[in-house]
Every structure is written in C-alpha cells, then in structure tokens.
Design a protein around this ligand. Sequence first.
Ligand SMILES: C[S@@+](CC[C@H](N)C(=O)[O-])C[C@H]1O[C@@H](n2cnc3c(N)ncnc32)[C@H](O)[C@@H]1O
Length: 362
Amino acid sequence: MPKEIITEGKAQIEVDTADIVSKDLEVFYNPDMVLNRDISIAVLRTQFDKPICIALPLAGTGVRGVRILKEIPELVKKIEMNDASPEATKLIKENLERNGLEENETIRISQKDACLFLEDSDGFDYIDIDPFGSPNQFLDTAIRKLSRKGILAVTATDTAALAGTYPTTCKRKYWSTSAITPHKHEMGLRILARKVMLLGIHHNKVLKPVLSYHYKHYYRIIFECIKSKEQAAKLLDSLQAFVNYDKVTADISVTKNPDESKTWCGPLYEGELHDKEFLEKLLTNYKHKVIEKAKEELNVVGSYDTHQVSQKNDLRLVPLDDIIRKLQEKKFEASRCATNLHAVKTTASFQKLIEVMKELNA
Ligand SMILES: C[S@@+](CC[C@H](N)C(=O)[O-])C[C@H]1O[C@@H](n2cnc3c(N)ncnc32)[C@H](O)[C@@H]1O
C-alpha cells in the first residue's frame, strides 16, 4: 500500500493512500473525517477546563490522538490510543515519534479489542467511538466506563440502515424501524440517539445529546453524561415516539404508536438533539456551518420538505426563507432544518403551512 505524509491541524501523519476509502485499507485514514476531528477538539475545549483522561478505543492512524496532544496538551491528564490492528498500533507509535511525542505514563498505546481495552481500564472523561460502520458493539462498555460529566462521541457510518434503506438491519442493531422519507437523516440521528440513551439508562446514566449532525457519509452525536437514577428513569418517556409520513400530502405526525396507514419510523428519541448553550460556546472555539445550522434549527421533531409539499399539493415552489419569514410573521416558530436543505421546521400545523404557501403563491 503506498504511504504519504499529510498535515492535519498541528499533526503530521503517515497514512495509507488510496483513491477509494474502504475498511480494507491497511490502516484507515479518511480525509472526509477532518471535520469530525476538528469538532472533537473544539468539544474538548468547550467542555473541560482541567486535564482529563481520554480514550480512543479505535484509534486508526492515531491522527486524533496526536492532534489532541499537539493542539490541547493542557487538557491531557492521560490519553490512551487503542486499535485491534497491529499495523495501526505500529503506525500510531511512528506517528507519535514523527510529532516529537512518545509513549510514556501519560500517552499509552495498546492493541486490544476495543471492548476489552475499555473493560480493562479505570474509566475515562472522554471516549471517542469512531469505527468503520456501526458503533453498536462498543456502546455499552463505553457508556459504563464514562465518568460523570464525561463526553461520549459516537460516529456511525452505517447511515443506510439508520436512514431506511435497510430497516430490518436497523431494527436488529438499533431496536427501531427506519424508513425512507424526506426527514430520514434526522430520524436516523434520533434512532441512534435512542439506542445510546437506552443503554445509558440501565447504567443510571443520562446521555444528553449536545450536538447531533449528518455530514457526508456519517452521523455523529456528542453526548454529555449525567449520572442520575431519577433523570434516567424519566428519560424513557422521551424514547417512545413514532414519526409518520403521509406520502400523498407530505404531512407528518408524531405519535405513541405507528400509524400503519403511513410510512412510519420509530421508536425514536423525541427530545432535543442539541444543547444550544453548549453550541454557542462551541462556536467561540470553532466556527463551522454544521454547528451554526444545528444551533439555528428549531427544537421540534421532523420537518416539512417544501419541495414535496409543493409538488403533492399543486403549489408553486417558493423560496424557503420566504416561508419561514411568513410563518414567523404569523407568530409561529420556524427555522431551516439542519438535515434537509429544502425543509422547514415549525410549530405551525400542516394546514397553516399550506395556507402560508398558498398566500406566497398568490
Ligand atoms: C474508522 S477507523 C478509526 C479512525 C480514527 N478514529 C480516526 O479518528 O482517524 C476504525 C479503526 O478501528 C479499528 N478496529 C475495528 N474493529 C476494532 C475492534 N473490535 N477493536 C479495536 N479496534 C478495531 C480498525 O483497525 C481501524 O483502524
């Protein structure tokens, strides 16, 4: 496999190069994930103000670990980089050296299965689950080993299952049925969030999403851990929602049982996908449209895809910003949707939205 030295943030890393990224690459480096790593570093800066214990159970080339050590050394009490692959752990060592760093009491490298690695540890304040595919098999152990006020960062690249292409796989892995609809990516995030939160509940931990996003080929949710038996029990009520999509009109509804006459998905998490206060602070550390869009979007489940609504209700397409402005003039809350470019999130009913769109058509 041809190798190359690249610079990412303050790190210089040797990586395998290939035209197509695949999990068959000897050691996996994906340039599409630079944003994922940029945001992790900003999240660490935002959440913590003293040195913490960091776990990278699927460390790959070690790029995330080297960047943390070079860019925020003041926050590292201990960092452990683990990968099951011998090629990866060799490369992590080489990449540390290349950046003037070495294995010591603070910086640890291991070559174990990620769950065993976590199991053998004393626990961490930040755990990053960043696999190729589903994070599923690593979640329970990671949650158990996460400290109070700790951060669990979860990547899922199996978006096809979560977004409805493989609803049966989704059901098996995430205990929820996915569906192909205009809001499939928001629902994919909500299904993933629910699975993580359900696993947290039986460890008396509330995993509260502070940022959830879909970018290129992956989903990413950053959770803050709150240890509370009372809150954990209450959380269950917000994990039982079904979202129904009417293919004839493009209307949506949120119910406690699926509406079998519609295209439905669930059960899923119906609470907030982001913590707006956290995002405000995050933006002072790192500005990116992914975070800005998340901060701007209204906290309601689902959205109306205005292209679909127009087409299915014989309306002329009007600019999304005009629809949002008109809804706000009528004292409804309304915003763009972070996971669908053409969609509006609003507190207005479908009938009110149609009225507004008709007015704009006149
Ligand atoms: C997507 S890559 C990790 C990328 C890395 N987190 C980053 O930020 O660049 C996934 C890595 O997980 C490793 N891996 C896969 N299954 C594993 C397991 N069960 N335990 C530990 N490592 C595993 C692979 O060897 C691969 O290096």
